[in-house]
Write a protein that binds this ligand. Structure first.
Ligand SMILES: *Cc1c(COP(=O)(O)O)cnc(C)c1O
Length: 497
């Protein structure tokens, strides 16, 4: 396994001693050897994928004491570096594990992983065509294709580092439309943002960042199915108007974080039109359902929105980060984000220099991995993938409903399945499963109650895996009922002290 490093710690020492350019020692050090290490390490990590860290390996203090995280003054030999990397990676959970159902991402598209790692050997930055070349055209092609799925054919778009920032960019565009003075002089009027009480936390955070103030965020109540109550939205806007507060943006969530619910976009769009507010659809989770002819009706009305956030790093299995903001019309991005920078923008038409339309300066080529996976799967493959994810959720719900020790909260609206382990606190179930390295599963609020949330986002799961996952929950629930918290185990607070 060990490859003898060409440039060892001692040759680095020689290099320093020589303090000259022509020492005969090549720079960068160890490029070829690094490639050899990578291939074998990748294979070993894949073989180990379903093993999650457990017990003391789950304890930050234990890990801090055990793994030498600190950096040395003198460089280590390459095989020592790789051994250290392997150790840390083995203590890093794999989100492609069959036992990882904790978050709204999981599983992987291997072609996308390959594209991601290969792109690093070019390491372009997406501000100019001069620095990124064909990657700019890749991004344009991917964005145009995604826009067609959303019904934004004449619009524009941008890859951003995550749905939170897609929501932020949308809010800045909405702010600048509602308050054209804001970008140049700061906000001179009071604006408000509306979204359901089950919307993502980034919306309130972004209201703070964008200068509206977190107090400008309005959490509109939801109906029993977790969808924004549109009547309550209208009443709140009217009430705010009387206080001289203008609605800058209404956010319809397509796929809420806990329940996977879809707001009625078409109805919310009517309110946005009559109130003059920007309509943003937060589809970080659910926009991928546009790819399925069977399920895209859940986003009915999306083509009437001004913008859409869509995270391929969630339902599409693209490695983080891959998130796009799509706009129905052109021009807004440059109006809100363009700056002059003669040292950067020196060649080519602005249309091919995305830095004019970006929140960032340096930017990764995040479209490339999605493009590669899309080449392989095609629209048909994505439809089949999404349908499979929803089928998994429906199947999990069926298994839960038939289980005397589990309680299904509601029929799943997309990939999220909310349920209870009868007689057990959801937090306790999650904590014990995690510490034992058996399952990473999370909890959330369902109508004011803490419940388990199983996310069926990894299409590699099978009926057998779902049974395994539920069996783990059942078995830990039995343990809890036999020995409730306080009688065994160390509670989280005690561990931290
Ligand atoms: C995940 C999620 C976000 C945030 O996306 P990141 O890529 O994690 O920043 C925003 N909104 C919704 C509805 C989400 O599910």
């Amino acid at each position: 396994m060990a490859v003898e490093p060409a440039a060892s710690a001692s040759s680095i020492h020689a290099l320093r001693q020589a303090a000259a350019l022509d020492t005969g020692i090549p720079w960068p050090l160890a490029q070829g050897e690094t490639l050899a290490f990578t291939a074998s390490l990748q294979r070993r990590l894949l073989e180990d994928e379903d093993r999650l860290p457990s017990g003391d390996d789950r304890d930050p203090e234990f890990l801090t004491a055990r793994v030498p995280f600190s950096l040395p003054a003198c460089g280590l030999a390459l095989n020592d570096v790789f051994a250290r990397m392997e150790e840390v990676l083995r203590l890093t959970p794999s989100s492609a594990s069959r036992r990882f159902v904790n978050q709204l991402f999981g599983g992987r598209e291997p072609v996308a992983v390959a594209a991601e790692s290969l792109a690093l050997w070019r390491n372009p930055s997406m501000y100019t065509f001069k620095a990124a070349g064909a990657q700019v055209l890749v991004e344009n092609a991917v964005l145009a294709h995604m826009r067609r799925h959303a019904g934004f054919d004449a619009g524009e778009g941008l890859f951003v580092p995550g749905g939170s920032l897609a929501n932020l960019a949308a809010l800045l565009l909405a702010r600048d439309r509602a308050a054209p003075e804001a970008r140049e002089h700061g906000l001179a009027r009071h604006l408000a943002v509306y979204a359901s009480s089950e919307s993502h936390y980034s919306l309130s955070k972004n209201a703070g960042i964008a200068g509206l103030g977190r107090q400008a965020f309005r959490a509109v109540p939801v109906d029993r199915d977790g969808r924004m109550d549109v009547g309550a939205l209208e009443r709140r806007i009217e009430q705010d108007r009387q206080q001289d507060l203008r609605p800058a943006m209404i956010v319809a969530t397509a796929g809420t974080t806990v329940r996977g619910a879809f707001d009625d976009i078409a109805r919310v769009a009517r309110v946005a039109r009559s109130s003059g507010a920007w309509l943003h659809v937060d589809g970080a989770l659910g926009a991928s359902l546009l790819l399925s002819p069977r399920h895209r009706h859940l986003l009915r009305g999306v083509e009437q929105a001004d913008s859409l956030a869509w995270n391929p790093h969630k339902l599409m299995g693209i490695p983080l980060q891959s998130a796009a903001l799509l706009l129905a019309r052109r021009g807004g991005l440059a109006r809100s984000f363009d700056e002059r920078a003669d040292y950067l923008f020196q060649a080519d038409d602005d249309a091919f220099n995305p830095g004019h339309r970006s929140l960032q300066c340096g930017r990764r080529a995040d479209a490339f991995k999605l493009w590669a996976a899309w080449l392989h799967l095609g629209d048909d493959g994505w439809a089949a993938r999404v349908d499979r994810q929803l089928l998994l959720a429906a199947r999990a719900a069926e298994l839960i409903a038939a289980d005397a020790e589990l309680e299904l909260c509601e029929a799943p609206m997309s990939v999220n399945v909310c349920f209870r382990a009868t007689g057990c606190a959801a937090e306790e179930v999650c904590e014990r499963l995690d510490r034992a390295g058996r399952l990473k599963i999370g909890f959330g609020d369902f109508r004011g109650d803490r419940v388990l949330r199983l996310v069926c986002v990894n299409p590699a799961l099978t009926d057998h895996d779902l049974r395994m996952i539920l069996a783990e929950v059942r078995s830990v629930a039995r343990e809890i009922r036999a020995a409730p918290p306080g009688r065994i185990g160390r509670p989280a607070a005690a561990r931290a002290s």
